[in-house]
Ligand binder design. Structure first.
Ligand code: HPA
Length: 275
């Protein structure tokens, strides 16, 4: 049986045979935030289902493909559709694409998501720069045998989101006139939206927002030695803070509304990236 390293290398070989490009940065697009792909140029696509060993996407509103293209002349790999732990994937499957990106030679990763706001200075539509995370998923992708070819047994996690990159993102936002918040993202297992009591306790822990993704990919990327920037789109206030019940449709709708600002911001950030 192939080990994970061999599987990832087989996926990478397949992608390389199909597409002769060298992306400098990868972007994971959250629910309703897929529009970035619309502003990419010279696009080439690969469906997840065609890539050997790649997991497959199951959630409505999540497309499953890798999109290679340019943004402002920079080669970008966008992941349209991600894998969530709540879908029943293992943490290794959830993060498999990040391992693949790294072995494609990508060292920078921008992660976006849709999430619930806990910090009451936020409102639906706020874009939050993620400063740090709290892993409440009860699992993580690094459990089990460690293959040193990927990264160290005990990786440092003191700067999961690259400070320099956060500072740059703030400068770009100011230049573009894009408003944003900043805060700590808690990763909750899902798929149910948290209870009001859970939100109170997660807020006391220090989280400003809560969602069901991002944390596994951020852990894996740091382990692999990649630099990560995280931008969360607050699509609703978390349970007990907002008065109405949650709906996935509303989450996607709000994310879509915020998407044009997010796209502009990400484009600006990529354009000013040190390669
Ligand atoms: N909680 C968890 N995940 C989410 C939420 C939320 O309120 N909104 C969008 N994703």
């Amino acid at each position: 049986m192939m080990n994970m390293y061999e599987k990832v290398m087989e996926s990478v070989d397949y992608i390389r045979r199909k597409i002769d490009r060298n992306p400098q940065v990868a972007v994971i697009l959250g629910s309703g935030l897929g529009n970035l792909v619309d502003i990419m140029e010279n696009k080439e696509y690969i469906s997840y289902e065609d890539i050997p060993n790649f997991p497959r996407s199951t959630v409505a509103g999540h497309e499953g493909k890798l999109v290679f293209g340019n943004l402002r002349g920079i080669e970008v790999l966008a992941m349209q559709g991600r894998f969530h732990y709540y879908e029943g994937y293992s943490m290794k499957e959830v993060t498999y694409p990040v391992y693949t990106m790294k072995k494609l030679g990508i060292n920078k990763l921008i992660i976006t998501n849709a999430c619930g706001g806990i910090n009451t200075s936020f409102s639906p539509g706020t874009l939050m720069l993620i400063k740090d995370f709290i892993n409440l998923m009860g699992d993580n992708p690094l459990i089990g045998h460690n293959d040193e070819r990927f990264g160290p047994r005990f990786p440092d996690m003191s700067e999961p989101f690259k400070l320099e990159w956060i500072e740059k993102a703030k400068r770009i936002a100011a230049q573009l006139g894009i408003g944003y918040g900043e805060g700590i993202y808690a990763g909750f297992m899902g798929p149910y939206y948290e209870t009001a009591a859970e939100i109170v306790s997660i807020g006391r822990m220090g989280a400003d927002a809560v969602g069901m993704s991002t944390v596994p990919e951020t852990i894996a990327a740091n382990y692999l030695g990649m630099e990560v920037l995280g931008i969360a789109c607050i699509t609703n206030m978390a349970t007990g803070i907002q008065k109405v019940k949650h709906s996935h449709e509303r989450v996607v709708e709000t994310a879509q509304k915020a998407s044009s600002n997010l796209c502009k911001w990400v484009e600006g950030i990529i354009e000013s990236m040190d390669l």
